[in-house]
Design a binder for this molecule. Structure first.
Ligand SMILES: Cc1cc2nc3c(=O)[nH]c(=O)nc-3n(C[C@H](O)[C@H](O)[C@H](O)COP(=O)(O)OP(=O)(O)OC[C@H]3O[C@@H](n4cnc5c(N)ncnc54)[C@H](O)[C@@H]3O)c2cc1C
Length: 183
């Protein structure tokens, strides 16, 4: 994916200047709320809620509930004076200057901000992709909590190998299980 090399239009033409922001979590939303309303801004994200990721591990201990970590994106984007489109970006065409979505939308742009986050990397560790549980959304963290809860009823040893130590500590804090060890 690449960015348009066109220069922004002069100041007095700003009203028609079109900006598309693909991805609306920390990076995309920060861009959106800092853009003045006289730009035409479309913010696209496939999920409805902004998620405060730094605290999702606290779902495991029960300190946080999903609703306290999620904020409605449409509301945040519209409060900043822009449009929110809930859809998945599939293609960015820098020649036609259009963003295409899985919902068959074609959104034209003068500047496209790509803020879709990173991808998981298992660094070639055998079995990690197959057996590891990703931990980058509220839903994924809830899934981990349910799996651990189910396993905790077994009277067998259980070892946690969290890539993020906060995840393991939070689990141990929330549900003390004598059979659990954490590496
Ligand atoms: C458990 C955890 C704890 C963390 N703790 C800290 C911390 O304490 N301090 C700190 O500085 N950072 C922390 N981070 C890192 C921080 O959350 C990330 O650096 C930050 O979320 C990156 O923001 P981003 O907007 O670039 O990407 P993301 O937050 O990943 O957002 C990407 C957005 O793009 C959307 N998207 C992706 N693909 C598409 C598509 N094709 N079409 C439409 N939308 C799409 C996604 O739905 C998502 O909303 C933590 C991360 C995690 C997971």
């Amino acid at each position: 994916m690449s960015f348009s090399k066109r220069k922004p239009k002069p100041e007095n033409n700003r009203r028609s200047f079109r900006i598309v922001i693909a991805g609306a979590n920390f990076a995309g939303l920060t861009a959106a709320v800092n853009l003045p309303q006289n730009y035409s801004v479309d913010v696209i994200d496939c999920r409805p809620n902004f998620e405060f990721l730094p605290n999702i591990h606290e779902l495991l201990s029960g300190i946080k509930k999903p609703e306290s970590l999620r904020i409605d994106r449409k509301r945040l984007v519209e409060r900043a004076g822009h449009r929110f489109i809930r859809d998945k970006v599939t293609t960015i065409d820098p020649v036609k200057q259009k963003v295409y979505t899985s919902g068959r939308k074609r959104v034209p742009y003068d500047i496209c901000v790509v803020a879709i986050g990173g991808v998981n990397n298992t660094f070639g560790i055998a079995g990690a992709a197959k057996f590891g549980l990703p931990f980058k959304t509220v839903a994924q963290c809830q899934h981990i909590a349910r799996r651990l809860e189910a396993l905790s009823h077994r009277k067998q040893g259980m070892a946690l190998l969290p890539a993020n130590p906060e995840l393991g500590c939070n689990y141990l804090d929330g549900r003390r299980n004598p059979f659990t060890s954490f590496a």
